[in-house]
Design a protein around this ligand. Sequence first.
Ligand SMILES: [Zn+2]
Length: 106
Amino acid sequence: MKRVYTADSVAMAWHIRNVLEQYDIAATVRNDRLYSVAGEIPFIECLPQVWVEKQLDIRRAEQIIKELVSESEIEGEDWVCENCGEGHATSFALCWNCQHSIPSNC
Ligand SMILES: [Zn+2]
């Protein structure tokens, strides 16, 4: 197991994990339920992290994440999941909360 990314938000961490999964890279998100421990450990340790399970996948995972992160820096209109109401940046093609896809009619 190796940490490949520390995200600013739980949504971003899950987004990256879901994309890695699409590439058949087994990854897990840690610290996505951090509120019970916040305050007891340094803030940076509380940020959601993406960990890749297999040593072999790490290089590829880091490359994918690099591309993802640079894409997400391009600002766009946010969208709201029509299924659960969760808000997202345009770089998210799937709802991180319920996996519902982006509305195609807007
Ligand atoms: Zn949703």
